[in-house]
Write a protein that binds this ligand. Structure first.
Ligand SMILES: C[C@](O)(CO)[C@H](O)COP(=O)(O)OP(=O)(O)OC[C@H]1O[C@@H](n2ccc(N)nc2=O)[C@H](O)[C@@H]1O
Ligand SMILES: Nc1ncnc2c1ncn2[C@@H]1O[C@H](COP(=O)(O)OP(=O)(O)OP(=O)(O)O)[C@@H](O)[C@H]1O
Length: 281
């Protein structure tokens, strides 16, 4: 039996640059792993796939992204045994934090260790791409520029360890609905990832805050107006920019120090049940 951590991500940039013939959107994003995580336990069994969790709000059958990852791993490697998966969830579900994708990626990394199959991260990311657009990034973790439909990853090493205060409002956002409402008017003429990359390497939190952009935010806020209201309430208190991750609805602020993060965490606690103080990993 072994354990593998599944870390959430935030989007520092998310630019939609076009629509593809397969219906997916061409994106250009800077993503960053944060230390909010699920814990995945993996155990060899003779055959079959079993998924369990104390969380009552996620599917535990073939619809679970961790289950899909395990099935894809067994098929790819032709390992003839099975696996029992136990998921301890901390990452809010359908929140824009890639919780399910992180679980899938952790299953791929963990099964590679459990069965001693010796696949590289690139190979695991390739398997993950068939499960979801965010899975390859979650396989590597850290910071990266993601292009294509999100599955093409260029890893980025930078020195910054910023703090992230997250507020997850109780709104269930469908990623497919948000992308479905994107029109050509929402496409970014020039992605911000090159400038964001520089600001990260310079560890310049003010510049990063200034550059953060999410092309899905106006769409999510139009489909779910309560997200816009919450952002306004947070901005009134925070006096720093409030950003949205992925397709939302999670909103976040970046701070350079733990004490500044803690102050915002205290200020936001009355705004929603789920508020987290986290950090770049
Ligand atoms: C919003 C982000 O989380 C930002 O990182 C991702 O772009 C979404 O990644 P994901 O949840 O792993 O997405 P997938 O499971 O691959 O796709 C869910 C649905 O979102 C839409 N989708 C997703 C990714 C993309 N580049 N274009 C899309 O149009 C498609 O309708 C798809 O059916
Ligand atoms: N292991 C899992 N953890 C969480 N959700 C899962 C899992 N497996 C399947 N799901 C389903 O996937 C859907 C999206 O959940 P998830 O938490 O991955 O969303 P998200 O954070 O918005 O993802 P992304 O940022 O990649 O769009 C939910 O409807 C949930 O029921």
């Amino acid at each position: 039996m072994l354990a593998e951590r599944a870390y959430a991500k935030i989007n520092l940039t998310l630019d939609v640059v076009g629509r593809r013939p397969d219906g997916y959107h061409e994106v250009d994003m800077v993503m960053q792993t944060i230390d909010l995580s699920d814990l995945i336990w993996l155990e060899r069994i003779e055959s079959g796939l079993q998924v369990g969790s104390p969380a009552s709000h996620i599917p535990l059958d073939h619809r679970n992204l961790a289950y899909m990852a395990a099935a894809a791993f067994l098929k790819h490697t032709r390992v003839s045994q099975g696996v029992r998966i136990w998921i301890e969830k901390q990452i809010p579900v359908a929140a824009g934090l890639a919780g399910g994708s992180a679980d899938a990626a952790a299953v791929l990394r963990g099964m590679n260790r459990l069965f001693g199959t010796g696949l590289t991260l690139d190979e695991l990311a390739d398997i993950g791409a068939a499960i979801g657009s965010d899975v390859p990034f979650c396989v590597y973790g850290g910071c990266a520029v993601a292009t294509g439909r999100g599955e093409r990853i260029r890893r980025l090493a930078h020195p910054l360890k910023a703090w992230v205060v997250l507020v997850h409002p109780p709104v269930h956002v469908s990623t497919a609905d948000v992308y479905g409402a994107v029109t050509p008017a929402d496409y970014a003429a020039r992605p911000l990832s090159p400038r964001m990359t520089e600001a990260l390497i310079d560890a310049d939190v003010d510049e990063i805050n200034h550059l953060v952009r999410n092309g899905l935010q106006p769409i999510t806020e139009q489909l779910y107006p309560e997200v816009a209201l919450l952002r306004q309430r947070m901005a009134n208190v925070a006096k720093v920019p409030v950003h949205m991750s992925g397709s939302g609805p999670t909103l976040y602020c970046l701070t350079p120090t733990q004490s500044a993060g803690q102050r915002l965490y205290n200020a936001f606690r009355g705004f929603a049940k789920e508020v987290y103080l986290s950090r770049f990993v």
